[in-house]
Design a protein around this ligand. Structure first.
Ligand code: NAD
Ligand code: DAU
Length: 356
């Protein structure tokens, strides 16, 4: 039977996936109160939500998921009966240069939020749900064959994936120890509008627009399984309302691409859209030093989700990529805002001064 909720806390709603999730829930459930708690780190941007921020069922609270006192107040104020936990430090490269920031938000923050839910729901868990949004990276790295299923043993290999794996373990521990109703979903790489341009696809879109080098780590042979972000949040909606508590669901696009191939496809589409001669943007491709501990391949087996709940991705990759490029070309002001100031410093430190 479909679960119903009156008041939902979404954490990290001003980020990439969180903003799509918040938009979907605010629009689809006008009678449900949706509260977005976000610290507004470099990755959080309220402009991502400007089309829905005046809706009567939407509320924003600025704050940190590590702040237990604040969480207590928010649970008392809004009487949440559901939590969609999306807030995290999310970029693997940043986890390599500053691992403890990932331990703090992803591990301590998740544990603090779990504890707030347990305490405030006072062990009366009827009608409540804590939904944790996680990643396929917890399963480690695949060789050229095979897929991650929900039973694949955890084998995180970067500080980011180790912190996410740890947060997943805390979620399961709260379920088994205290009976907290929880669900975890582990998703593959997302792409789409509002993606912060530190990640491969939006970074390269931005660089193609500005005729800057496209930094490809190693030989560009690493493989990721890409899913359009709107398909991810639709899957979360379906699982949140119909999934079994205590369970994990894998979400993936069945859409594997080598990094170099994805960037070639991006260059081809952008040359057309920008009226450039075919082959112009490909000349920007530049092979750079590999990411430390770079996982070779991720690929999700989403059979459980499709069999149990009938989910499948709806957006083909070439179409999703075209939509994504169009969004960035039509939202240059958004792109300029997020790539000024602190972003330039990050970019110089990450990719070297010659490169900017
Ligand atoms: P993002 O970096 O774009 O957004 C993260 C959001 O969390 C930002 O709005 C930020 O301000 C907020 N935040 C960070 N620390 C906070 C704190 N201490 N308290 C409150 N808010 C805080 O991330 P994303 O790419 O949208 O990822 C969202 C979630 O989905 C993460 O949990 C990530 O692990 C998971 N995920 C991401 C992908 C992907 O491809 N991007 C794939 C699978 C799973
Ligand atoms: O698999 C899900 C994960 O996907 C999420 O949990 C993470 O939050 C999300 O950031 C993403 O992680 P990746 O490391 O796979 O994404 P990223 O866009 O950083 O890199 C994609 C691939 O491209 C990866 O193999 C590294 C490579 N890359 C990345 C950047 C930023 C480059 O070759 N050059 C680059 O400049």
């Amino acid at each position: 039977m479909e679960r119903k909720h009156q008041s939902i806390l979404i954490t990290g709603g001003a980020g990439f996936i969180g903003s799509h999730l918040t938009r979907l829930f605010v629009n689809k459930y006008p009678d449900t109160q949706i509260v977005n708690l976000d610290k507004l780190t470099y990755a959080g941007n309220l402009k991502n939500l400007k089309d829905i921020d005046q809706r009567p069922n939407y509320h924003f609270e600025k704050g940190d998921i590590c702040d237990g006192e604040l969480l207590k107040k928010l649970f008392a104020k809004y009487k949440f009966d559901g939590v969609l936990h999306c807030a995290a430090e999310s970029h693997v490269d940043r986890s390599i240069s500053d691992p403890l920031a990932f331990v703090k938000t992803n591990v301590l923050g998740t544990a603090t939020l779990l504890n707030a839910a347990k305490e405030n729901w006072q062990n009366n868990f009827e009608g409540k749900l804590f939904y944790h949004i996680s990643t396929d990276e917890v399963y480690g790295s695949l060789g050229n064959t095979g897929y991650f299923t929900e039973n694949t043993p955890y084998d995180p290999r970067s500080p980011y994936s180790a912190s996410k794996a740890s947060s997943d373990h805390f979620v399961r521990a709260y379920h088994h120890t205290y009976g907290l109703p929880t669900i975890i979903s582990n998703c593959s790489n997302n792409y789409g509008p509002y993606h912060f341009p530190e990640k491969l696809i939006p970074l390269c879109i931005n660089n193609i627009i500005h005729n800057k080098p496209l930094p490809i780590y190693g030989e560009g042979l690493n493989i990721r399984d890409w899913l359009f972000v709107e398909d991810h949040v639709k899957a979360i909606d379906l699982i949140f309302h119909n999934g079994k508590t205590g369970e994990t669901y894998n979400i993936g696009g069945h859409n594997e691409w080598k990094n170099i191939d994805i960037i070639r496809e991006l260059c081809k589409q952008m040359d057309k859209k920008l009226g450039r001669h075919p082959g112009t943007s490909e000349k920007l491709i530049t092979y750079v030093k590999d990411r430390a501990g770079h996982d070779l391949r991720y690929a999700i087996d989403a059979t459980k989700l499709s069999k149990e709940l009938g989910w499948k991705p709806s957006v083909q990759f070439e179409e999703g990529l075209a939509k994504t490029i169009d969004w960035y070309l039509n939202n240059e002001e958004w792109l300029e805002n997020v790539t000024s100031g602190a972003y330039m410093k990050y970019y110089e430190e990450m990719y070297g001064g010659d490169y900017v």
